[in-house]
Write a protein that binds this ligand. Sequence first.
Ligand code: 5RP
Length: 225
Amino acid sequence: MNQDELKALVGKKAVDWVFDNMTVGLGTGSTVKYMVEALAEKIKKEKLSITGVVTSEETAKQATSLGIPLKSVDEVDHIDLTIDGADEISSDFQGIKGGGAALLFEKIVASNSKKNIWIVDQSKLVDNLGKFPLPVEVIPYGSEKVFAKFDSKGLHPTFRLAADGTKLRTDSNNYIIDLHLEQIMNPLKLAEYLKAQVGVVEHGLFLNTVNTVIVGYPSGPKVLE
Ligand code: 5RP
């Protein structure tokens, strides 16, 4: 089984946690795409009444094209469950997200959800966080100063670029600075530091967020709780 097939496996499995009348947060990324597809099929087949709360324009486009009714996070009084992907997950369920530049909305939706499920292929499980560059969303004004501060602190920053070579813009029109850290010894301390920097909107450390992780192995999906 290749990585894509493992992503499809967990994407399909995750909709087992969705029941009638739920409000469901829909994450972003290539694994979530399979889940959204499976969710649309389940809604049709079982005639479910589901409201989706999306975390990006990309997911909004897919969910709308498949007929999933959507509301914004501000239009719902609660979110029962959010299903999202992740870039890295450590054994104590801490994670890095934002590989798809959707970390800000993903964190807003996750932090307003009663339950969070992450769906990943086996390659995303790590001993320590940090091999995957840590995304930090910053407002464009003053971003060179934030970048210089990260650089002088030895955080190895790079601006994320779009396909045309310009600085990538997020759905909120911000920039992403990726920190190439290799290993994050103290995620909590780093998260606190990043949050305290003026100009930083959000970072991709998702700490104490997830309740259930569904991991794709060639032998089948494994549920970790
Ligand atoms: C987007 C994310 C994604 O969930 C994460 O990058 C995983 O993506 P994929 O399922 O494509 O590997 O955080 O901002």
